[in-house]
Design a protein around this ligand. Structure first.
Ligand code: PEP
Length: 254
């Protein structure tokens, strides 16, 4: 049995006060279930990580970072290393989010270095993959997702990959209000699980969690979670409202 996992990516939103208020609202609303029936993480901007970690002390909600640099330390102005993230209490880190791939221009190779650095330093990567609209329309979803997974996990053995959570996020569904139907999402999740079985082994494929992301809202979370291979949700916009995010956490725990 894979325990459900819901993560909220705050992207470049909130400020020093509202980040703490949002974390507090989520902690209060999910007190009875977070960490018990469902794993929960919030992923604030770097500058609010410490304040959010302090606010969530004792709440059984993990904190993650939105990105990482693969070097340990040195002359990399503006970058943040895995050990820095660990030292402020981060547990998870997003790697290869579509906005980093398609707005900032990160390649599969760079994402692979980040996933590797995260695992080697004891962080748990949430490794994001997903096709663009024109790729789906050209029936290239399977090819694109397979390439992103093979390249993103290159060089990592079964033990290291077991630290990874995969997030399937079709780019055309992120922040657009368009959600993949539960069937469309299930189809790709099943494909990813099959691929992991081929690349590693049946046990890893069975145990690894695959989240869906892309305009998840309180109204569609339960239908998505009912799919056999959807183990949780990566939530952007709706994670900025404590009531909505708590409703999604409850739907995942049900
Ligand atoms: C995301 O940021 O990963 C995401 C899925 O965003 P949204 O829920 O707003 O589509």
């Amino acid at each position: 049995m894979r325990k459900p996992f819901v993560a909220g990516n705050w992207k470049m939103n909130t400020d020093s006060q509202s980040s703490v208020g949002l974390a507090d609202g989520i902690a209060c609303g999910s007190m009875d279930i977070a960490g018990r029936r469902v794993d929960v993480a919030v992923i604030p901007p770097f500058v609010y990580l410490q304040a959010v970690v302090r606010t969530l002390n004792g709440a059984h909600i993990a904190v993650g970072a939105q990105d990482i640099y693969y070097e340990q330390k040195g002359a990399f102005t503006g970058e943040i290393s895995a050990s820095m993230l660990k030292s402020v209490g981060c547990v998870y880190v997003l790697c290869g989010h579509s906005e980093r791939r398609h707005v900032i221009g990160e390649s599969d190779e760079l994402v692979n270095k980040k996933v590797t650095a995260a695992i080697c330093s004891g962080l748990l990567p949430i490794f994001c993959v997903g096709e663009k609209l024109q790729e789906r329309e050209a029936s290239q979803t399977s090819e694109v997702v397979t390439r992103q997974i093979r390249n993103g996990l290159a060089g990592l053995g079964v033990e290291k990959v077991s630290a990874v959570t995969i997030a399937y996020e079709p780019v055309w569904a992120i922040g657009t209000g368009l959600t993949a139907t539960p069937q469309q999402a299930q189809e790709v999740h099943a494909l990813i699980r099959r691929l992991l079985g081929e690349m590693y082994d049946a046990q890893l494929a069975e145990e690894i969690r695959i989240l869906y992301g892309g305009s998840v809202k309180p109204g569609n979370a339960a239908d998505l979670m009912r799919q056999q291979d959807i183990d949780g949700l990566l939530v952007g916009g709706a994670s900025l409202n404590a009531d909505d995010f708590v409703a999604i956490i409850k739907a995942a725990a049900a």
